[in-house]
Design a binder for this molecule. Structure first.
Ligand SMILES: *Cc1c(COP(=O)(O)O)cnc(C)c1O
Length: 367
């Protein structure tokens, strides 16, 4: 029995190995979770309360239109309800964008080593991905990406801003100039998973054009990663296209209710953003203490320079043995870094202690 040629030809890749598997395989009873940029500060208590109350209605499907949530999002973004598509996180919405815009055999472009789900969907829907590396400073290389777009005329151009795994942030003017210079038939898929950590007036201004799909999530600053909910901002025309292919009952009712309550709790969001900034500062100070550097970040994680890729891989493994789960970027020039998510003070201390030990061991072994 064969599957489709497309599926049988796909590599058996796992873009994310979850900490649960690492715990099972490594015999850990618990891990300090600093590997997936989840919020260490938790969801809004008002979201938890709303979701708990909603549990009694779990025998009902969620509203397939996610209407109250889309109304609230439309008010937040100053657009119409018809310009918002709610999905099971950005990962889901990116799949819709690729499916809607990349023909089988069509080309999409991105930065090599950036957030992996885009590449995963391009492969899964039969497209072809072309990439350019990050700059040496660890930023997406907009000049190279723009030049590649002119050369290969891609159906979709993917950019995460702020970016994962670098943490870098490109200001409004640079992103606007890049977007405006793209070939007219290219869709710009702008992944703004970390938008809540940046100032609104530093992000690309609100624009609603058929060539632009922006995706946002409740997984990071709002602390609802496990609920799986995010949204796309685009034109009614594109939203209708997504409407034809999206899973109508995909977004569960608890997630809708929780996201709506989270949106209304500004104080919690602002607190998380402040705590996250403190965590970033603490990691930068730790890097200095250890005689190395870290990359500037506008996200809820920081990349710390370990020197080379092999040592960085060893550090992530040795930390895992000590019960601290982090990740590292896979592609040069960022592969010599480890990426650690913002943690609470005790989580940061567990990480710092383990990192000090592991680096001391590495230094002893090298001398
Ligand atoms: C975490 C992350 C996502 C995933 O978002 P979900 O809404 O949880 O699917 C998407 N893009 C980037 C850049 C991320 O870091």
């Amino acid at each position: 029995m064969r599957a489709t040629r497309l599926v049988d030809a796909l590599p058996a890749s796992t873009p994310f190995v979850g900490p649960e598997r690492l715990m099972r395989e490594g015999g850990h009873r618990e891990l300090v979770r600093l590997g997936a940029n989840e919020s260490a500060f938790g969801p809004s208590p008002r979201a938890v309360e709303a979701m708990s109350a909603e549990l009694e209605r779990l025998s009902w499907y969620g509203d397939p239109d996610s209407y109250p949530l889309r109304e609230a999002l439309a008010a937040k973004h100053g657009c119409a309800v018809e310009q918002i598509v709610v999905g099971c996180g950005i990962d889901d919405l990116m799949g819709l964008a690729v499916r809607a815009f990349v023909e089988i055999g069509g080309v999409a472009i991105a930065t090599r080593g950036t957030y992996p789900t885009f590449a995963y969907h391009v492969a899964g829907y039969g497209g072809r991905l072309e990439t350019v590396p990050y700059t040496n400073e660890g930023e997406p290389d907009l000049d190279a990406l723009g030049a590649l777009a002119q050369r290969v005329r891609p159906a979709v151009v993917y950019l995460a801003n702020p970016d994962n795994p670098s943490g870098s942030f490109l200001p409004r003017e640079r992103v606007a100039r890049f977007y405006e210079a793209l070939p007219p038939d290219a869709l710009f898929l702008l992944d703004e998973a970390y938008a809540d950590f940046a100032d609104d007036d530093a992000l690309l201004e609100p624009r609603f054009e058929d060539h632009l799909v922006r995706v946002r999530t409740f997984s990071k600053a709002y602390g609802l990663a496990g609920a799986r909910i995010g949204y796309a901002l685009t034109t009614p025309r594109n939203a209708e296209r997504f409407e034809k292919i999206r899973l109508q009952y995909g977004v569960n009712r608890n997630a809708q209710v929780g996201a709506l309550a989270a949106l209304q709790d500004r104080a919690h969001l602002e607190w998380v953003v402040r705590e996250t900034a403190a965590a970033r500062d603490a990691y930068a100070a730790l890097a200095r203490e250890l005689g190395t550097t870290s990359l500037p970040s506008r996200t809820n994680f920081v990349c710390i320079d370990i020197g080379d890729a092999q040592r960085a891989t060893h550090v992530t493994q040795a930390l895992l043995q000590r019960g601290v789960w982090i990740r590292k970027p896979g592609a040069p020039p960022l592969d010599r870094y480890v990426r650690v998510s913002a943690g609470t003070a005790p989580m940061r201390e567990a990480f710092a202690q383990a990192l000090r030990e592991v680096l001391a061991e590495q230094r002893a072994a090298a001398s």
